[in-house]
Design a protein around this ligand. Structure first.
Ligand code: SAM
Length: 305
């Protein structure tokens, strides 16, 4: 596999780990190299930047990807199980969009957004992935054409990001979708809370966890990918989950925002993950409503090895 032909994330996702990848890659467990770790589990997969990295470098007998966002999961599943119909649907979106001027593109965007939101209440998320093609195409289309490529839903799980005014976005990247589909054959993808991953984790498992960020300030509260906010109680539940997996012998790597960027005395995660290996690594936070607050900050990397 050359870098040019490598499968890569098909969505731009809030909190995507693309720019932290080097730091993460440098801290992967050695047992990945010698083949002792035969399972990979990622309970907050999002756009899967770390999955794409490890799955194309190491061989696993079993891979489980989980996320609580139903629309995201049907998109992953449609790529795995129905990539050609999905490419056709995205090709149609691409042709329609490119055939319009800016106001026509805007109309197309809002028509797709309305249809996506209108259909949500009665949508059967348990339907076979082949039936999810249209909705998956809408997810990718909206992600490529919305403002900042940010997938955000409100408290009713409705997509509420405005039009992005991109003139020629790459809506249908057929080559990449086919590469992703190939990589996903045999991969289990489930929509659920992270704790459901527990039964698939043993001492031969590498688990990468990237939960929604604990907001670093009141204005940077971009942790609403799913309709339920991931608050401090959820962070504590996650830490207890990590301790139980640690006791089982799994190898864990967790990333999170560093509250010390805002308040040098905030030791929330230092206490929560006491006894683990906690590092602060430099990163650039791109998603903040206030552009002046986008800049150099630290992220936390927590490991049990
Ligand atoms: C920081 S993002 C992960 C980003 C990912 N690492 C990437 O590279 O794109 C956090 C993800 O957790 C998901 N999530 C939120 N609450 C969850 C829960 N209770 N269980 C599982 N996933 C959850 C969100 O839908 C979101 O996709």
């Amino acid at each position: 596999m050359t870098e040019a032909h490598a499968a890569k994330p098909f969505l731009k996702w809030a909190g995507g780990k693309g720019q932290l990848l080097d730091a993460i890659a440098a801290r992967l467990p050695e047992e990945l190299m010698d083949g002792t770790l035969t399972r990979y589990v990622e309970p907050f997969v999002g756009s899967g930047a770390v999955f794409f990295h490890v799955a194309q470098r190491f061989r696993f007998g079993d891979v489980l990807l989980l996320d609580a966002n139903e629309d995201l999961v049907i998109t992953w599943c449609a790529i795995r199980d129905a990539v050609e119909p999905l490419i056709d649907a995205l090709g149609e979106f691409q042709r329609a969009y490119m055939g319009e001027d800016e106001s026509g593109q805007e109309r197309l965007f809002y028509a797709a957004r309305d249809s996506f939101n209108r259909n949500r209440p009665q949508y059967n998320f348990q339907a076979p992935p082949q039936q999810g093609v249209e909705r998956a195409a809408q997810v990718i289309f909206l992600n490529r054409t919305c403002f900042n490529g940010l997938f955000r839903v409100n408290s009713s799980a409705l997509f509420n990001v405005p039009f992005g005014k991109y003139k020629s976005p790459r809506i249908c990247d057929a080559d990449n979708l086919r590469q992703v589909s190939k990589l996903l054959q045999g991969v289990r993808i489930e929509c659920s809370d992270f704790e459901r991953a527990s039964e698939s984790i043993d001492q031969a498992t590498f688990v990468y966890l990237d939960p929604p960020y604990r907001p670093i300030s009141r204005t940077a509260s971009f942790n609403s990918y799913a309709k339920d906010v991931f608050g401090d109680d959820a962070q504590k539940r996650l830490a207890a989950f990590c301790r139980s997996l640690d006791a089982r012998g799994a190898k864990l790597l967790l990333s999170n925002s560093d509250p010390r960027n805002e308040n040098p005395n905030d030791d929330f995660f230092d206490l929560l993950y006491g006894g683990f290996n906690i590092e602060r690594v430099p990163a650039t936070r791109c998603i903040n409503v206030n552009p002046e607050k986008r800049g150099a900050i630290n992220e936390l990397l927590v490991r049990n090895y």
